[in-house]
Design a binder for this molecule. Sequence first.
Ligand code: URA
Length: 240
Amino acid sequence: MKLRIDKMLSNSGLGSRKQIKQAARKGYVEINGRVEKDSSKIIDTEKDMVKYKGQVIKYLQFIYLMMNKPAGVISATEDYYDKTVIDLLKDEDKFFKPFPVGRLDKDTEGLLLITNDGQLSHNLLSPRKGVDKTYYVELAEEVVEEDVGLFEEGIILKEDNYKTLPAKLEILESGYPSICLVTIREGKFHQVKRMFKALSNEVIYLKRIAMGPLILDENLKAGQYRQLTEEEVKILGGQL
Ligand code: URA
């Protein structure tokens, strides 16, 4: 990407354009090893090495964050009443104007990708791509072996008679509560809860643990987040 030095450095959270201009005049900006006093010069973020006050600055056009969403916050950029996942971000991350990729219910926990990459978000959510989402589920009633076949066939939801695509149900513990893993390829409103409701069961705890090739980092406590590694970004982009 080609852009002015002052814009690039200011977008990177290093100060206003005016401050960058003054700093450049003092010799704090280096381009490819040479001091550049004119901050209006255009650089190529892919090719030119930019240093500010001795530090190499890598221009992040896109930001990719993995959050372990806690219960009680909503998957939106802003809300009048409730705290949103964006409210949990540091200012330096909010700066990139990221948004959550899809939604988890207010009471659902787990893997939420937050990015400003509209194309990636679109691909991940596109019904045509059918990206797998895996959930850890605890249920009020017993899950039985027969339910596995019913999930495989597709479940007819109660409210609108929509028949879901085949889904995978893996029973981890049968009993009270029953615990299982569910993998779905769609993202209908309250889908997992409604699938179990159609079988007269009730979800009492729901946590997303995977989305496509992205696996929730177990080191992230509820409410914590981290940047995706370059490898994760590559795998995610490559799969879509
Ligand atoms: N299915 C649900 O019912 N809720 C979620 O938050 C995600 C999937």
